[in-house]
Design a protein around this ligand. Structure first.
Ligand SMILES: [Zn+2]
Length: 143
């Protein structure tokens, strides 16, 4: 629990220092006016439903033919939490439904190649992440 508290303090500190992209929402605008402060939002935090541990963090974006998305701070958060970090692009069809994922790992190693998965394959990968957590690390799993 103390480790989790320390990690959360690091997370809050990191998030408080960085704010690059948030425009338009009242909190971001309020925060931006104070010199010396910065924060970012993190797009994706996968958690265990049982114990609420963070399993992975990531940045997400719609794929538009190129991979253009900042992820350095999210990578640092993943590193601090000692969880997987993802950079995830998803393709949409005409009905705004996700039809494909392109992702790469940004923590614990930085994978330079994108993996292309169908939505059901991506879900399977996330389920495997949960199963591994439940088997080895979950504090609430009956094992
Ligand atoms: Zn758990």
């Amino acid at each position: 629990m103390r480790l989790l508290t320390n990690v959360l303090q690091v997370l809050v500190t990191i998030l408080a220092r960085w704010n690059y992209f948030n425009t338009g929402d009242p909190f971001s605008e309020w925060h931006r006016q104070y010199e010396g402060l910065a924060f970012i939002d993190i797009d994706f935090v996968e958690i265990c439903k049982k114990c609420k541990d963070v399993l992975a963090v990531g940045e997400t974006a719609v794929y538009k033919g190129h991979y253009d998305k900042k992820f350095r701070i999210t990578q640092r958060v993943a590193e601090s939490l000692k969880v997987l970090g993802f950079l995830i692009f998803y393709e949409l069809n005409n009905e705004n439904k996700i039809v494909k994922f392109r992702y790469r790992i940004i923590n614990p190693v930085r994978d330079h190649n994108y993996h292309i998965l169908e939505p059901n394959q991506f879900v399977k990968m996330l389920h495997e992440l949960h199963l591994s957590h439940e088997k080895f690390n979950c504090k609430r799993s009956k094992k």
